[in-house]
Each structure stands twice: as C-alpha cells, then as structure tokens.
Ligand binder design. Structure first.
Ligand SMILES: [Ca+2]
Ligand SMILES: [Ca+2]
Ligand SMILES: [Ca+2]
Ligand SMILES: [Ca+2]
Length: 651
C-alpha cells in the first residue's frame, strides 16, 4: 500500500515536471519564432562584395571597426583592427563593386604603418585632434594583456609627410611618456570644450591602481600643427575622468548636456560612469544619481539614440550574459532620470559585444542590432525595432535579422555605413577572439522605396563633426534626432553621418547643433530627399539662419532665434482641452488632456484622469527585466516542486 502511494507520487512528480518543461519549451520556442514572422532584414553579400582571401579579407582574429575617410578622397573607409594579423583599411571600389584593403603589405604604401602587425589591436576611433581638417586614427593595442600593464603602446596615426605616422612615437611625445602602456578596451572621441579639436577617451582596464581611464589630446601651447608638430598630454586628471575600473564600452555625445559632449562608460565588475560635462571640459560622474550605474552588471556594446523622439538622448547597451538595457531619459520635476524600458525579449541575457542603433529599413523607426559572440555554443545576433508611440513608452518588437543572425559567428565588432551609396545602411561584422573567421558584409533587403537623407556636419576646420546633434523635422512623425558618432558599439566607431529614414513622411527642415552650441537651420525641399547633405560650421549669423521660411511640423514653432521649438498648447486660449478633460499637460511636440482628479499623497491621476495610481519611483532598486523573465519562466517549475514537496510531507 505504502509502496503504491510512493509510486503514484513519483508519477505525479514526473507528469508535473514534464508539464513544466513543456511550458518552458513553449516560452522559448515562441520567443525564437517571434522574430521569424517578419521578412528577413539582412542578406549576406560577403561572397560578391568581399570574398575571403589573404590580401583583403583574411581569415584572422579581428576586433573593432572605425568608419572614417582614411585616404582623404571624401568617401568613407572602414578601419578594422587586426589582432593576430594586420589592421585592414577597407575601401569600396565602385567599378568592381568590391571592398578592397588599401593598407597593402608594401612599405611604399602611404597606409603601410596602419597595418602594425605587432599591435594586437582591439579598439579604434578616428577624429581630428589637431584641427587640420583630417581625422587622426587612434588604435588601442592590448599586446595580450587583459588588465594593467601592456608592453606595446597604443598608436595615434596622423597623415603627415605623405603617409600615416605614429604621433606617440615622436621624440617629443616619447619624452612626455604620454603613450598608453596599459591594457584597455574601447576608445572614443570627445570635443570636450567645443573647440573642434578632439581628445581621445581611453577606457583602460585597471588592475588595482594601475591603468586609470585616460584622455589624450593636443597640448595647444606646445604644438605647431601647421608644421606637423603635435605635442600630446594626458588630461584625464584635470578633466576628472581618471578613474580605475574594468573599462568596456564608451559612447560620447550630448546626453544630459544640450550640446557639449557627456561620456557614458559601461564597466565590468564596477558601476557605470555617466560623466556630465560641467560646461568647461571637466566632468562629474552622475551615473548613480540618474539611475544608469547598473553596478551588478558587466557592460559591453553601447549606443545613443532618441527612441521616443522627445529630444532627449536615450542610452541602449548590452550586458555580458546579463540583462540588456534600454534607458529612456525622463525629466520629472526637472530632475533628470533614466528608466529601463527593455522588454523581456530585448533584455534577454546573451554574450553580447557590439550594439548598434540605426534605421536600417528607412521606415522612420530605429532598430537595435545586438552582435553576440558564439563562445560556448551558438549565439545568434538579434534585431529589434523600437517604435515611438504618441502617448506611452516606445513599442519594442523583435524582427527577423535574416542572414546576419550568423549563430556560429565569433562576433567581436560591427559597424554601419552606406558604402555603396544606395541610401540603405550596410552592416559589417568582424569576428575573432576564440576562432579566426573572415569579415562578413550584409545588405538591407527592406524599405528600398522609403525616403532617406544623410547629413554630414563639418567642424570649423572641415573635419567630421563627431558629437554634433542633427535634428530633422517632419510633417507627420515629429522631429528625429541623431548624434554624429564619436565611438560606440564595443571597440568601434560608426560612420560620421546622421542617417535618417522617413518612410513615406515628408521632411521639412534640418538643424545642426555643434558641441560649442552654435547651430544652423535649413528648410528641406522634396528635391533634398534621397541625398547626402554636407553642412559646414557657420561663420556668421546670416549663414546660421537663412531668410527662407522654415517649417517645423505640427506641435512645433519657430523661436526668436529661428530654431524649431516645442509649442506649449496649454497656454492657448480658448483651451485646447475639452470641458470633460480640462487638465492640460504640455508634452514635447504635443499635449495631453485629462479629467480633473484629486489623489492622495503618493498617488497621481492616470493619463485619462479616471483613477489614482501609485506614483512611479524609477530606477536603482528596480527588479531587472531579466529577473522578471527568470521568475516568469521558472514559476511553473517552482509550483511543481512545491506541489511535490507538499505531497511528500503528507501522511
Ligand atoms: Ca576615402
Ligand atoms: Ca587632423
Ligand atoms: Ca528620448
Ligand atoms: Ca527602421
């Protein structure tokens, strides 16, 4: 009798465990198939555009990618950091329709020094540090050191004497001992004072008190750039960024500041940094205060974008095998805070490397691409669309990434640029670390009939204006904001172009804000669509604001400076709100009306004013989406075990 009951209990346990397992499986399978319901976004063009071979696309360990004009012909090339082989400079040959490596193994090539086989390069960034209008290229070399001291220095290449030369190797800079001799990860460009001369931010990986974050720039008083003399200093201490951490991802741009660059670093084994620019080129870390310190996670790829199109910069980043974040910037009571709106699927932990935010299909909504590295079994890359909603947080849906899923890819870097000039972004994915794989190239298959515009702002010296903010106003979908990339993803830097997709919408005007606060506004005509537009730094008032009529689109009006600004509908008479919902709240580009409802302390009316809801307390202590996911996946199992456990405790 007793034996029979035990058997029965075993059977019950077995059945319930099976049930729980099937539930889990359903969750996982539906999660996987979700993205497959849409058309595939990317198709591989590696075989036709960039077939693997020894000279151009060698099977080697590669890492970060930076997009810059290496040969000075006005077209963009892709600099790929090679780890156990040479660095590569990939140029698109329009006639052969192929990418070719112009950093050839020939000492007479002007690009020969860039190869630097000994470097074990992982991170790369490009910007004009000396104000000659051409971008220098900074390469972070690890020399096999994971943290602390490295034996081989980083390189800072300048085009001088008809070829690329390493500035850190100049006598004057050797004497100053400015070269970075410690292990690091990502690098990025910061025009910290808005002068048009950039500093290089170096996210070093400290070992104890060796290897703080560094900030290298030209010492203007000791330099003579017209003679090619560029004297460098590390100003990290005076700028307030010389902190010790496990540096990983870095991204630069006006995040909290209006136009001056702030710096966000997602770190490993310690809290993230959000360095707010104090207005004078020094920085204060406010990460904990605004809720993006994420102290328990290990950051990797990161990107900036304005996902909800409210004019405030949002931050998206991946955590290594931890929950990925989509931090929307809010300003409640004038206090700046961020709220993680990542859904369960979006936040799903993965071995993530580079993260890219871009409008791949030009439909006027941004996508987020996660590059995952296959390191203990397959790990597919993923793609999400983040669509703005009129009232409420953006909607996040998983898309079918298509052939760019590459589940067996040892992804270590990725970058976007439109190298073939068809108005759709192209995606380059590099591989390495644990296996040598060639680079792969993807083309977008969707949205070829959608309208687009590519804006390239220039500094006062004519170089790419990394960190500048570009806003395009539209007739139907409000303003779209882009920040010219100065380093993002992981170990990477994207093209210095503000790429906009409009779908079927009509763009009416464009504004560019440089880091120093100077701006220009231009009306856009239908004939400006599907083009690349260069915008130069304005020398005077007339250039900054043309006499032409500028259309800002619904919800916006021109201010006294000739810039589009949010219209406060709530101050209008008669009231814009109906009598049954008389309480008007102004929002960016619109307004909300709700019923007049009083609530007790700690509560606030909902959007409709029909009920009182608890006031939302954001960040910090919030349970992460990943732990929610874990709970939702595990509860059937937990219930099963509880049931069995209770049964076993029975008579
Ligand atoms: Ca070029
Ligand atoms: Ca330069
Ligand atoms: Ca925003
Ligand atoms: Ca899109």
């Amino acid at each position: 009798m007793r034996r029979a009951i035990t058997d029965e209990r075993r059977w019950t346990f077995f059945h319930m465990a099976m049930l729980a397992w099937m539930l889990l499986l359903t969750v996982r399978v539906s999660g996987l198939s979700w993205g497959q319901r849409t058309e595939p976004m990317f198709t591989s063009v590696t075989q036709s555009v960039f077939p693997p071979d020894y000279e151009n696309n060698p099977t080697q360990l590669n890492y970060g990618v930076a997009v810059t004009d290496v040969d000075g012909d006005g077209d963009l090339e892709m600099f790929v950091s090679g780890y156990n082989g040479p660095n590569l400079v990939l140029k698109y040959d329009k006639f052969k329709k192929r990418l070719v490596n112009i950093a050839v193994d020939n000492r007479s090539s002007p690009y020969y020094a860039l190869r630097d086989r000994q470097g074990n390069a992982i991170g790369v960034t490009a910007c004009d540090i000396d104000g000659d209008g051409r971008e220098e290229i900074y390469v972070l070399n690890t020399n096999n050191a994971f943290s602390g001291r490295a034996t081989y220095t980083d390189k800072l290449f300048k085009f001088r004497n008809g070829r690329y030369e390493d500035l850190l190797n100049d006598d004057v800079n050797e004497h100053r001992d400015v070269a970075n001799r410690v292990a690091g990860r990502s690098v990025a460009c910061v025009d910290r004072k808005g002068t048009g001369r950039y500093s290089i931010y170096i996210a070093n990986y400290a070992s104890g008190t060796v290897g703080p974050h560094a900030l290298i720039e030209m010492d203007e008083s000791s330099s003579d750039p017209s003679k090619g003399i560029v004297v460098l200093s590390n100003v990290a201490e005076q700028a307030g960024v010389n902190k010790f951490t496990g540096g990983r991802g870095v991204v630069v741009g006006p995040i909290l500041s209006q136009t001056l660059p702030d710096i966000f670093c997602d770190n490993e084994y310690s809290p993230n940094f959000l360095f707010r620019n104090n207005g004078d080129g020094t920085f204060t870390d406010v990460a904990a205060q605004v809720g993006v310190d994420d102290p328990m996670q290990h950051g990797r790829g990161v990107a900036l974008a304005d996902f909800n199109r409210d004019g405030k910069t949002d931050i998206v980043y991946g955590n290594w095998n931890g929950p990925h974040r989509l931090f929307l910037q809010l300003s409640n009571n004038r206090k700046k805070r961020f709220k993680d709106i990542a859904t369960q699927k979006f936040s799903m932990p993965s071995p993530v490397r580079t993260v890219i935010a871009a409008d791949f299909d030009n439909d006027n909504e941004l996508e987020v691409f996660f590059n995952n590295i296959a390191y203990r079994g397959p790990s597919a890359n993923r793609l999400f669309r983040v669509s703005r909603r009129e009232h409420g947080d953006p909607q996040i849906e998983e898309l079918n990434v298509g052939e760019a899923a590459e589940p067996e890819g040892r992804g270590t870097g990725a970058a976007v640029t439109d190298f073939d000039g068809d108005g759709l972004l192209d995606l380059l994915v590099t591989h390495g670390e644990s296996a040598a794989q060639p680079i792969s190239v993807y083309r977008v298959t969707q949205g070829s009939s959608n309208k687009w515009l590519r804006v390239i702002p220039r500094t006062q010296f004519g170089a790419f204006a990394r960190g500048a903010k570009v806003i395009v106003y539209t007739k139907r979908n409000g303003p779209h904001t882009r920040i010219i990339d100065g380093g993002s993803g992981y170990l990477c830097e994207m093209e210095p172009v503000a790429h906009f997709g409009f779908g079927k919408d009509v763009a009416t005007s464009v504004e560019v804000f440089w880091p120093d606060g100077r701006s220009v506004a231009r009306p856009l005509e239908p004939s400006d669509m599907n083009k690349v537009m260069e915008i130069h730094y304005p020398e005077n008032e007339e250039e900054a604001t043309p006499a032409l009529e500028i259309e800002c689109g619904p919800g916006f009006e021109l201010n006294e400076n000739g810039r589009c600004t949010d219209q406060d509908e709530c101050t209008q008479f008669p009231s814009v709100c109906p009598s049954e919902r008389p309480v008007c709240t102004n929002t960016y580009g619109s307004f909300k009306c709700r019923a007049n409802k009083r609530c007790n302390q700690g509560y606030e009316p909902n959007d409709e004013g029909t009920a009182c809801v608890a006031q939302v307390a954001y960040f910090g202590g919030n349970r992460s989406s990943a732990s929610k996911l874990l709970v939702s996946c595990l509860w059937p199992l937990v219930l099963t075990f509880l049931a069995v456990f209770t049964a076993c405790l029975g008579p």
